[in-house]
Every structure is written in C-alpha cells, then in structure tokens.
Write a protein that binds this ligand. Structure first.
Ligand code: HEC
Ligand code: HEC
Ligand code: HEC
Length: 168
C-alpha cells in the first residue's frame, strides 16, 4: 500500500509545487491599477469629484466659518503650519468656494510660499489615521486622485506633475 502510493504522493507534491510557481508568476505580472497611470481616471477634476453633496468644500468651509473646524483638523494644521496662528474659525469664503475653480481659489491665501501652504494640510488630512481615514480606505489613497502626471512623451515636458482643478 505504502509503496504504491508513494509515487502518487510525489506526483501530487510536484503538481502543487508547479501550481504555486505559476501563481507567483501571474502575481508578478499583474500591473497595479493606478488611476491616470494604468487605469481610467474617474476623477479628472480632483477635489470636486469627491467633495460633493453634503461633503462639498463650500459646505465644509462654511461650517468652519460659523462653528469652527474640528479639534482634529486644527491639531493637524498646527503641525503643518507651525508659523501660522490657527484658531479653527475660517474666513467666510463659502460663496466664492462654491463658484470658483478649486483648489486654485484656495491658493490665493494658501500658496506654497505662504505660512499656510495648502499641500501640507491636505497631505496630512488625506493620508494620516490609517484604517480610520476614508480617503485611504474608500479611494485607494492614490496621489493621482488629486495630481496629474504627464506620461505623454509626444507632449513635452513629459513627467511633470500638476494638480487637478474643477468647479463645484
Ligand atoms: C478621491 C476623493 C477625494 C479627493 C479627490 C479629495 N478629497 Fe478631500 N477628503 C476625502 C475624504 C474621503 C476625506 C475624509 C478623510 C477622513 O476620513 O478623515 C477628505 C477630507 C478632506 C478635508 C477635511 C474635511 C473634514 O471636515 O474633515 C478637506 C478640507 C479636504 N478633504 C479638502 C480637499 C481638497 C481641497 C481637495 C482637492 C485638492 C480634496 N480634498 C480632494 C476625499 C477626497
Ligand atoms: C481669504 C483667504 C482664504 C481662502 C480663500 C481660503 N482660506 Fe483656508 N484659511 C485662511 C485663514 C486665514 C485660515 C486660518 C483661520 C484660523 O485661524 O483658524 C485658514 C485655515 C484653513 C484650514 C485650517 C482649518 C481652520 O478653519 O483653521 C484649512 C484646512 C483651510 N484653510 C483650507 C482651505 C481650503 C481647502 C480652501 C479653498 C476651498 C481655503 N482654505 C480657502 C484663509 C483662506
Ligand atoms: C487630496 C489631494 C492631494 C493628494 C491626494 C495628494 N496631493 Fe500633493 N498636493 C495637493 C495640493 C492641493 C498641492 C498644492 C498645489 C499648489 O500649490 O499648486 C500639492 C502639492 C504637492 C507637491 C508640490 C510641493 C508641495 O508640497 O507643495 C508635491 C511634490 C506633491 N503634492 C506630492 C504628492 C504625493 C507624492 C502624493 C501621494 C503620496 C500627493 N501629493 C497626494 C493635493 C494633494
């Protein structure tokens, strides 16, 4: 009995081994699905494609202007903007946020060379908190949700990164 089944067992082991090899090979050949890079970009206008309905940026900013931002946001921006004074009460620009190009409009006050660069707080807001963060868990946490990378070598300068824009 043992003598007969041994070659069979070897055969099974061999097949399993080959199977595992094939699996590893297919996994390596799979291309990660990154919007705008290897997959269709379903959010070509950035912020406004996600911040809709009750989650509109004009609604969020309006809330910050009246009630103030949450303690969570305030402590993140304090880490991002150590040179600025932040109370949590945002200037009431909700009406303009609703009608202007975003995030271009925000950059009037939050430019890269200001004390409150928009990039820093947005990177923190969308990337910290692990599993608690809806941007990571529901939207894959892709940089290309907000940024465009020009991969078209017929349109120089290729390889450049820009920020997507759009209106509410
Ligand atoms: C792919 C979807 C997506 C895009 C694009 C996006 N966001 Fe967000 N944003 C989210 C999610 C989800 C959260 C909530 C994160 C969390 O769970 O803390 C968030 C949180 C925020 C918050 C904090 C809101 C609050 O009350 O806590 C601000 C402000 C914000 N985003 C601004 C922007 C701006 C400005 C842009 C464009 C430059 C942008 N977002 C692009 C999905 C997105
Ligand atoms: C008119 C200038 C101005 C514009 C336009 C503006 N901000 Fe602000 N923002 C400020 C000031 C000033 C503060 C600091 C307020 C404080 O003391 O809390 C601030 C604070 C913030 C904070 C920290 C939370 C808070 O309430 O302090 C975030 C996040 C922020 N802005 C995002 C944005 C985004 C996103 C836009 C565009 C949709 C935008 N801002 C447009 C001036 C502006
Ligand atoms: C929620 C939107 C959002 C996401 C997601 C995002 N960025 Fe940004 N990023 C911005 C905005 C807004 C700016 C400021 C644009 C400006 O000033 O013109 C910016 C600016 C930058 C800059 C310019 C330097 C600076 O800090 O101002 C770099 C580099 C950058 N991002 C890299 C990344 C990388 C890498 C990722 C992914 C790990 C990423 N960003 C994800 C919104 C985002």
């Amino acid at each position: 009995m043992l003598k007969k089944s041994l070659p069979f067992m070897l055969m099974v082991a061999l097949l399993l081994g080959v199977g595992a090899g094939v699996t590893v090979f297919t996994q390596q050949a799979q291309v990660p699905q990154i919007p705008g890079i290897t997959a269709t970009d379903e959010r070509p206008n950035g912020c406004v494609n996600c911040h809709k309905d009750s989650f509109k940026l004009s609604t969020i900013i309006g809330g910050w202007a009246s009630a103030g931002a949450s303690q969570e946001i305030v402590s993140l921006v304090k880490a991002a903007w150590p040179e600025a004074t932040v109370s949590g009460k945002h200037p009431d620009v909700a009406a303009m946020v609703a009608s202007q190009e975003l995030p271009t409009f925000c950059l009037n006050c939050h430019s890269a060379d200001s004390k409150m660069p928009l990039s820093r707080d947005l990177h923190l807001v969308h990337f910290t908190g692990g599993a608690e963060n809806g941007f990571l868990t529901n939207f894959g946490g892709f940089c290309t949700n907000c940024h465009l990378i020009n991969l078209d070598t017929t349109k120089p300068p290729a390889g450049t990164m820009t920020t997507k824009t759009g209106k509410e």
